[in-house]
Design a protein around this ligand. Structure first.
Ligand SMILES: Cc1cc2nc3c(=O)[nH]c(=O)nc-3n(C[C@H](O)[C@H](O)[C@H](O)COP(=O)(O)O)c2cc1C
Length: 314
């Protein structure tokens, strides 16, 4: 079975540099600058999490229950209308599970109705079937609107990692936000599960940004600045490059500020410099500048040296 699924850093000089920096800041209105990690929200979020899982033979269910317990989440099983009997799971033969996995149109019906509305974070669990998620997970994602939800996949399997299944889900649902997820074994410790959990105080809200036609999600800090920014959406900005590590644009109006010194900028950080300069950092570096935190983009690509067009939407 294991083999079967394998596949997968003079004073005049210093003065000159200081003057150069001051001049460039004056010109651009934007400076470069650890994270006051508190993606904070616009008041629409609930701060609640849900564990949603499918499990044919009980293994994923065991992990799902432990995740729910340790994260204080609600838990709901995805129940197939037609339960999977052992012969349906006999992957060495032409069984129902194999036929579904080989059929791109297969969407096995779900028996129960599921309320995802009141949750910000959804832990989505499934067994790996033929290297990816069972098709019933697509039925689920087709049936409900997961826009703006943080979907945190987890799986169990004989040996196959979760990575390919998450890539499959991202390509099926490019507008949904899937974190990288994790494969668990029933022998994994509570600490391993705890490390995987999302600190809910850091997950309040998100907005979408499309850069060079690729969509990203910005997890938002909970402050007056983000609330003001959200009230301006949608925003289409032409953002210039600065220093090979940030893209910036001046907004038409000033936003409230709450500046701090992050000391370290991490790639993906979204900040306000001054009261109207929106900055997306695509490289990590140490900084001495002060910013107001807007949020953070996970998995932001290297944006290169060109100016970008960025569309911010709720
Ligand atoms: C149809 C089918 C296909 C499977 N494909 C894989 C696979 O590709 N890689 C793997 O490591 N395990 C595979 N497995 C094993 C299951 O992922 C594993 O037993 C899982 O823990 C079962 O979870 P459950 O008890 O929640 O259903 C497969 C099992 C079935 C029934």
């Amino acid at each position: 079975m294991k083999n079967k699924f394998k596949g997968d850093v003079h004073l005049k000089q210093k003065l000159f540099i200081v003057l150069l920096i001051v001049f460039s800041l004056f010109l651009t209105g934007c400076g470069n600058e650890k994270k006051n990690n508190a993606p904070v929200g616009n008041g629409t979020s609930t701060g609640k999490s849900l564990v949603l899982y499918f499990s044919a033979t009980g293994t994923t269910e065991k992990i799902a229950k432990r995740i729910a317990d340790l994260s204080n989440s609600d838990i709901v099983e995805i129940v197939p209308k037609e339960k999977y009997k052992s012969e349906d799971l006999n992957y060495n033969q032409d069984c129902r599970a194999n036929r579904e996995q080989n059929d791109s149109q297969a969407r096995p019906a779900i028996q129960n109705s599921i309320d995802i509305q009141s949750y910000d974070v959804i832990y989505l669990g499934y067994p790996i079937w033929w290297g990816t998620n069972p098709k019933i997970i697509l039925t689920l994602l087709d049936s409900y609107d997961f826009t703006g939800k943080m979907i945190v996949p987890f799986c169990t399997s004989g040996s196959t990692d979760i990575h390919n299944s998450v890539e499959d889900l991202r390509s099926h649902y490019p507008n949904y936000q899937f974190l990288d997820g994790k494969r668990f074994s029933t022998s994994d410790s509570d600490n391993e599960i705890k490390e995987f959990l999302i600190p809910m105080e850091e997950v309040i809200d998100t907005m979408k940004v499309t850069i060079n036609e690729k969509e990203y999600f910005v997890s938002l800090a909970d402050n007056e600045t983000t609330k003001s920014l959200i009230s301006m959406l949608p925003l289409e900005l032409s953002m210039s490059d600065l220093n090979g590590n940030e893209k910036y644009a001046n907004l038409d109006q000033s936003l409230p500020t709450n500046e701090y010194s992050p000391n370290l900028i991490e790639a993906g950080d979204v900040m306000l410099f001054g009261d109207n300069c929106l900055v997306i950092f695509y490289q990590s570096f140490d900084t001495s500048y002060r910013y107001t935190r807007i949020g953070h983009i996970d998995h932001l690509d290297d944006l290169g040296s060109q100016s970008i067009k960025a569309i911010f939407e709720k």
